[in-house]
Design a protein. Structure first.
Ligand code: BGC
Length: 253
């Protein structure tokens, strides 16, 4: 039974890359190399399915023997994707979980990418044992968020899409790591945008802890100390693997 599994595979589908690995569920760590392929241009369902099939073949984990969790960068409600910020609009209102299950010929567990990163950090990382409200944000192609209250996930918060007063662009278009790359900002220039973002989220939610995930979290020493907020803010322990580990950990829930 999945709930007794000690190993599971996690696949983290992002706007830019698809990452996967075999995960030790007891300790929340990778047992395999991390496999990564580029997200196909346009990120249409059939192309994403082909890419996911490839990474599973590379990992050598086709078939039902090991539980599989898949994370996706959109609102996921009852197996359906309800939004599409950095992927094809075809995903809006799409029976995504069933699509992957049919295409892969097996059961999967399916959820939002930031939510599963939050699960990884609460079970095995920076938010373990944290009381009150933890907000995990992933800074990548977009900004994802996970709300965890006393260790329990409140799914599908979309705090990357808060609006800035009098600005057309939402928070992720302005402050995601992709904005820094696109506009060739220095760490200091990017940190000014993050300062606005985290102050705003802090004002809205009064969290007890911020955890910062996404690929750029490995460079957290370049920018976290530049932020002046009252809430403790720390990098995700599992850095950019939090999505893989959390997707795999879903099979225990
Ligand atoms: C999406 C979220 C996702 C985040 C990070 C946002 O654009 O709306 O669902 O978690 O990007 O991938």
């Amino acid at each position: 039974m999945a709930s007794q599994a000690t190993r599971a595979v996690g696949v983290d589908i992002g706007g830019t890359g698809i990452k996967a690995g075999l995960v030790d569920l007891e300790h929340g760590r990778l047992l395999s190399d991390r496999i990564k392929v580029a997200t196909p241009a346009g990120a249409e369902p059939k192309d994403v399915l082909t890419a996911v099939t490839e990474v599973l073949q590379t990992l050598g984990v086709t078939g039902e023997a090991i539980p599989l969790g898949v994370a996706f960068p959109a609102i996921v409600k009852n197996g359906r994707t309800l939004s599409a910020a950095n992927v094809s609009d075809e995903w809006i209102g799409f029976e995504a979980e069933k699509f992957f299950e049919d295409g892969l010929g097996r059961d999967i567990h399916f959820a939002n990418d930031a939510d599963v990163a939050g699960i990884a950090e609460v079970r095995y990382g920076a938010a373990k044992g944290q009381a009150g409200l933890t907000i995990l944000t992933t800074l990548g192609t977009g900004i994802g968020s996970a709300l965890l209250y006393n260790g329990v996930l409140v799914p599908n918060s979309e705090l990357g899409h808060v609006q800035r007063a009098n600005h057309a662009r939402d928070a992720e278009a302005y402050a995601a790591y992709s904005a820094m790359e696109r506009e060739q900002l220095s760490w200091e220039q990017w940190a000014e945008r993050l300062q606005w973002y985290y102050s705003h989220i802090e004002f809205l939610f009064s969290p007890d802890l911020f955890v910062v995930g996404g690929g750029v979290s490995k460079h957290s020493d370049q920018f976290l100390h530049l932020l002046e907020i009252n809430t403790p803010i720390v990098p995700a322990v599992h850095r950019n693997n939090a999505g893989i580990i959390g997707a795999a950990a879903l099979s225990l829930s």
